[in-house]
Design a protein. Structure first.
Length: 171
């Protein structure tokens, strides 16, 4: 399984409805528009998209889905909330264990925690600002271990190594 872990795109800093109702900012929408061609070039074709129920995560999912031609249902799951546990995220991945590609859209600091656990390294220091996404190859989703295939961070076109490019694949 290819597991894509994404932090929602940049959101407005405040809103009257509280944190859960913060919409994407214009910069966040632009991030996604710049990200879509890179993700298509990297082979992103999820069978399922699951997002946190927070507005900014659902908006990220909707815009990304439209841009990549995803016609399936966008699911919402509380295991992707900022207060969620790694165990909840693992259970969610197991529910989709038969999928070849799964995209999860969540929040900081959870996304970084999941990546470091999946890649079995507490020493991994990975930047995950708003709009960042990575691909982890899971040989067996039940084992909750994997290999980091690539990681894109804004500004787009920059890889986690900091080199400018068009979404280079990391070894």
């Amino acid at each position: 399984m290819l597991l894509y872990l994404m932090r929602h795109a940049a959101a407005e800093s405040t809103t009257l409805g509280g944190d859960a109702n913060r919409p994407l900012s214009p910069a966040g929408r632009e991030q996604l528009q710049r990200l879509i061609p890179l993700l298509l070039a990297l082979g992103l074709r999820p069978e399922w998209i699951v997002a946190s129920p927070y507005r900014r995560a659902m908006e990220t999912a909707q815009l990304l889905a439209a841009g990549i031609g995803y016609s399936g249902e966008i699911l919402s799951d509380t295991s992707l909330l900022p207060t969620s546990t790694p165990t909840a995220a693992q259970s969610l991945v197991l529910a989709f264990a038969q999928a070849s590609q799964l995209l999860l859209i969540g929040h900081a600091p959870n996304v970084v925690t999941w990546v470091t656990q999946l890649c079995a390294t507490a020493t991994l220091r990975i930047a995950f600002p708003s709009g960042a996404i990575c691909c982890v190859e899971l040989e067996n989703p039940r084992s909750w271990t994997g290999r980091l295939c690539w990681h894109l961070i804004p500004p787009l076109g920059q890889t986690s190594s900091g080199a400018a490019g068009s979404g280079a694949v990391l070894p």
